[in-house]
Design a protein around this ligand. Structure first.
Ligand code: 13P
Length: 313
């Protein structure tokens, strides 16, 4: 049985507004088991379910998290997981006033007939998975697709990425989940309600190997120029990914973006730029949990101030 988008319309708008609320943004903690394994390896830990559970427990139980963080994106494992104290992670988040979200894409695979580009899997069975995730407490979703440079982006890859995102967005909304969507999307062809989505683009920054660094003001100017040209004011929030920027860089760039009024809530949906110091401080040791949680809160608060355009370093 398919639920029509209309039946969730009010709730979707409300969820999107809650996530895009002043001074708050998203904690992305939806690393796949493989990616989480890489993070754990960086502090000398094995990629076991127990270690992933310990780390994710640390993240969701940061005291006061909800003051700065409105939503947390989870990997499927965490949506069904309990903390080390046996409480559902989802319930802990809700008590913290943080909306639980879920990564629903199934990752990238080679796009046949393209120039070594990729496409994103996950549409098969997405409606039933989304309904189950809603039952489990998720209220928003994320789908990450990639168009690559310099191999592409070919017209084929762009079309595939846009179509996949738009289908995902429509399916999410029909099942009560606010879709976090990445850029350049043929949404109007798929009856996606702009008021009930959030956009998660990367910022316009120099390439990782580029020697000339850009100032936060330049990053903000280029990024906002593009967004103003393309993104309808009906979209409630632009939640940037950090994409390998340093923690401070990501905060400064967000702060620069919030120096002038914008039609949308401009905020963060960072994984690495919120977690890097926290993970290192923890190092897998129970005695470091509190110190690690404090570092996460420092980054969350800095980005909260940057969302308000009031970060001073
Ligand atoms: P980063 O902020 O580390 O780039 O991760 C973003 C993301 O998409 C995770 O949900």
């Amino acid at each position: 049985l398919t639920v029509r988008a209309g039946s969730y319309a009010d709730e979707l708008v409300k969820t999107a507004k809650t996530i895009a609320s002043p001074g708050r943004g998203i904690l992305a903690m939806d690393e796949s088991n493989a990616t989480c394994g890489k993070r754990l390896a960086s502090i000398g830990l094995e990629n076991t379910e127990a270690n992933r559970q310990a780390y994710r427990t640390l993240l969701v139980t940061v005291p006061g998290l909800g003051n700065y963080v409105s939503g947390a994106i989870l990997f499927e494992e965490t949506l069904y997981q309990s903390t080390v104290d046996g409480k559902k992670m989802v319930d802990v988040l809700v008590e913290q006033k943080v909306v639980p979200g879920i990564k629903v894409d199934k990752g990238l695979v080679p796009l046949a007939g393209s120039n070594d580009e990729s496409w994103c899997q996950g549409l098969d069975g997405l409606a039933s998975r989304s309904a189950a995730y809603y039952q489990q407490g998720a209220r928003f979703a994320k789908w990450r697709t990639v168009v690559s440079i310099p191999n592409g982006p070919s017209a084929l890859a762009v079309k595939e990425a846009a179509w996949g995102l738009a289908r995902y967005a429509a399916i999410s909304q029909e099942n009560g989940l606010v879709p976090i969507v990445e850029p350049e999307i043929l949404l109007d062809e798929n009856n996606v309600m702009f008021e009930g989505i959030l956009l998660k683009p990367s910022m316009v920054t120099p390439g990782a190997e580029c020697k000339d660094r850009a100032t936060p003001k330049q990053v903000a100017e280029y990024t906002l120029k593009l967004l103003h040209r393309r993104i309808p004011p009906a979209v409630p929030g632009i939640m940037f990914l950090s994409g390998g920027q340093s923690e401070v860089e990501a905060t400064l760039n967000l702060n620069a973006m919030n120096q002038s009024p914008t039609p949308w809530h401009v905020s963060f949906s960072y994984a690495r730029a919120l977690q890097n110091t926290c993970l290192k401080t923890w190092g897998g040791r129970p005695e470091n949990v509190q110190a690690a949680q404090e570092t996460l809160l420092i980054r969350a608060k800095a980005n909260s101030l940057a969302q308000l355009g009031k970060y001073t370093g």
